[in-house]
Ligand binder design. Structure first.
Ligand code: SF4
Ligand code: SF4
Length: 395
């Protein structure tokens, strides 16, 4: 039983409530109740404990609390007892899925991913078509070839047209830097991140992991580059556990790869013009979960013309964009609530561009910028690879 595995974590909780201070969902409810316990880390711990002990039933309130967590890990950073609340949330979600009590939207998402091999239920044949557009010749020349380096695109960037610029710029950067690289194309399947976060079964996840890892290994790849922290975390942290062995290749976020190029002076970044200051938003899965804070900043600072400033809450303390943890799959209103909170952070720092390094964050920050731009602010969101592409003269 999943919750039994985290009993020791639940036992660490002293119910002190310190985690409540930084949890972004604590005030996010339709009733306008501030500090609602079931939407707090401590409340989620208590609900999980109650489910484990059989004294709480999976009521609507219990599901609301557990499935609206952003997996942002702010609570884990603040807990004096070192209780890993997010491990408990995922275990509780799994417990509910296994018990047939999970919300219908979540079960439907698992079915979609298992059936179509992507989180949107779209045709795998369109995995490249939907984003490659003007660079389709370049992409086709690389798909399925044997190469030491592979770019794993991910479902969001592959299928959500508004994010197409991320993979387009990434392949153009790799091409410009003269890399011998490959892509999986139609053989790329969902990394499994949305299933893992929402309590999906290990068998389904393992199937996805095997499909990706086997195909990548067949191409003789030694290193995989990501532009999605969700894919990156799952490959690096979850696949070895699921498969019971290490991966036959290393994994790097694009920023880690680009920072190496900067250090070895293998990249020539030209000055770019931006209308004002830029601020970097730390994606939760990249920062608090994977500890990657410095490389994206190193890359941005290496670009002449980039005036990088910081949010008041940055790095380990950066506020979530509201798109994490599969919460939006359960209740989009919670994400919208957080986008408004993030808009205040952006307004406070007075930047013209918010740079992020995650396709999900791109959408959350875009919503936040939308709130500000409706008031005439004129703030844009960019992915880190879009900024690097500009500095490489890629149009
Ligand atoms: S999870 Fe940690 S911070 Fe939150 S109530 Fe429990 S002991 Fe306190
Ligand atoms: S991961 Fe974030 S949203 Fe979830 S309980 Fe912790 S602080 Fe709250």
């Amino acid at each position: 039983m999943e919750l039994e595995k985290v009993r020791h974590v639940l036992e660490k909780c002293a119910r002190c409530g310190q985690c409540r201070a930084r949890c972004p969902t604590i005030d996010a409810n339709d009733e306008g109740v501030p500090g609602w316990e079931v939407f707090s880390p401590r409340g989620r711990m208590q609900v999980a404990k109650g489910l484990l002990e059989g004294v709480i039933r999976p009521t609507r309130a219990a599901l609301d609390g557990l499935f609206t967590c952003f997996y942002c890990n702010q609570c884990v950073e603040t807990c004096p007892s070192l209780a890993n609340v997010t491990d408990v949330v995922i275990a509780a979600r799994k417990h509910l899925v296994e018990g047939g009590c999970a919300p219908a939207s979540i079960l439907q998402a698992h079915e979609t991913i298992t059936g179509s091999k992507n989180m949107f239920g779209l045709d795998q044949d369109d995995r490249i078509e939907l984003w490659s557009g003007d660079v389709s010749d370049l992409v086709e020349a690389h798909v399925g070839k044997h190469a030491p380096l592979l770019y794993f695109v991910g479902c969001q960037a592959s299928f959500k047209g508004g994010l197409a610029n991320i993979p387009v710029r990434m392949v153009q950067i790799l091409d410009k830097l003269g890399e011998d690289f490959t892509l999986l194309g139609e053989d790329e399947v969902c990394c499994g991140n949305p299933m893992e976060l929402t309590g999906g079964p290990d068998e389904g996840l393992k199937e996805l992991a095997e499909a990706n890892v086997n195909k990548i290994a067949e191409l003789g790849v030694r290193r995989v580059i990501f532009t999605c922290p969700g894919c990156y975390r799952v490959f690096k942290e979850v696949y070895p556990r699921l498969l019971g062995k290490g991966l036959p290749f290393s994994c790097a976020m694009a920023s880690e790869y680009l920072a190496e190029k900067i250090r070895s002076k293998d990249i020539d970044l030209k000055p770019i013009q931006l209308p004002g200051k830029v601020v970097y938003h730390d994606p939760c899965e990249l920062g608090r979960h994977m500890g990657v804070y410095d490389e994206p900043r190193e890359v941005l600072r290496a670009i002449p013309g980039v005036d990088l400033v910081e949010f008041k809450h940055n790095k380990e303390d950066c506020n979530c964009c509201g798109m994490g943890g599969g919460a939006a799959m359960y209740d989009a209103k919670v994400s919208d609530f957080q986008a408004r909170a993030k808009a205040s952070d952006i307004a406070e720092v007075d930047a013209c561009s918010v740079i992020t390094h995650c396709p999900a964050c791109f959408q959350g920050i875009e919503k936040a910028c939308g709130v500000l731009n409706a008031r005439g602010a004129g703030v844009e969101v960019l992915d880190l690879v879009e900024v690097v592409a500009r500095a490489l003269g890629i149009e």
